[in-house]
Design a protein around this ligand. Structure first.
Ligand code: ATP
Ligand code: MG
Length: 273
């Protein structure tokens, strides 16, 4: 069966192409953390500017989310949504701007240390290990933990029972929706304070999408902040506490999900009427 979404995000070479620019450099040492600023949101990527080569992709965009809330980023293809997520996760060096989480400026941390600081990231592409079992994928997610993670794994299986039934199967054999559940589950294994999801519902049916959004709401209610990029913009804004319309690496509209949905200009230009 051909995947109508197979073409999506394929310009995002930094994760799949080890020689591409913007690659995670596992050897990059972290610099020090600094105190955050008074009045900061739980997470804020502020005035971010940067890109892959000389030209900037991010042109000063700011994204923030409060504790236990859901922030949704929408915008046209190539707007820089994935790039913004990578910048917040430390996979892209910013020329300007900063990233602050839970009262700390973490701009100098590498991705591994951002995971330790409480970030979980599900990238848009290559977000599971297809030739490893579901259980092995979850174990890989816990790699940074030195303690017993069985309870967390049980919680992930409780959240995603369909995946629990397939724990001994290779992730590559699962349906698209189940693979996304494994990817989200893998990110939850480090018990993040902030879960970043880049198009978690890409290529899944509307029913599976609704179900995944219900689980995401459940995760947020447990106190975890969600920062999510979504192509299913209306449905995602419907569950968003705050929404961002990103265009050419800059904030075009920022408002509550409900207000963006009610804005005729936003509807016409970005939500298909
Ligand atoms: N690793 C890379 N090296 C060079 N340019 C890149 C890289 N990844 C993305 N780009 C370019 O940066 C721009 C923004 O890409 P990005 O993937 O952030 O957009 P997006 O908003 O996530 O799009 P989509 O909706 O298709 O996922 C695009 O012009 C893209 O071609
Ligand atoms: Mg993208």
């Amino acid at each position: 069966m051909s995947d109508p979404f197979a073409n999506r995000g394929n310009r995002d070479a930094s994760i799949v192409n080890p020689r591409g620019s913007g690659t995670v450099d596992g050897t990059r040492a972290s610099g020090p953390t600094r105190p955050g600023r008074a009045g900061d949101a739980f997470l804020i990527g502020e005035a971010m500017r940067g890109g892959y080569g000389k030209a900037d992709i991010l042109n000063g965009c700011t994204l923030a989310v409060e504790k236990g809330q859901i922030a949704v980023i929408v915008g046209p293809n190539g707007a820089g949504k994935s790039t913004a997520m990578k910048a917040i996760f430390g996979m892209l060096n910013l020329r300007e701007g900063s990233v602050r989480l839970d009262g700390q400026d973490i701009s100098a941390l590498n991705p591994q240390d951002r995971v330790r600081a409480g970030m979980g990231f599900v990238p848009q592409v290559a977000n599971v290990f297809p030739t490893m079992t579901v259980e092995e994928n979850l174990e890989m997610g816990a790699y940074i933990r030195g303690d017993d993670f069985r309870q967390t794994m049980a919680q992930v299986y409780e959240l995603f029972p369909a995946v629990a039934d397939k724990r001994r199967q290779n992730a590559g054999e699962l349906s698209g929706g189940q693979r996304q559940q494994v990817a989200v589950g893998r990110a939850l294994m480090t018990r993040p304070k902030l879960l970043m999801l880049d198009e978690p519902t890409a290529g899944v049916s509307p029913i599976v999408m609704d179900e995944l959004f219900d689980r995401i709401i459940e995760i947020a209610r447990s106190g975890i902040s969600i920062l999510m990029v979504e192509q299913n913009a209306k449905q995602a804004l419907d569950i968003a506490d705050i929404g961002y319309v990103l265009v050419q690496g800059a904030n075009r509209y920022t408002d509550t999900g409900a207000a963006l949905m009610a804005n005729p200009e936003v509807r016409r230009t970005f939500l298909g009427g």
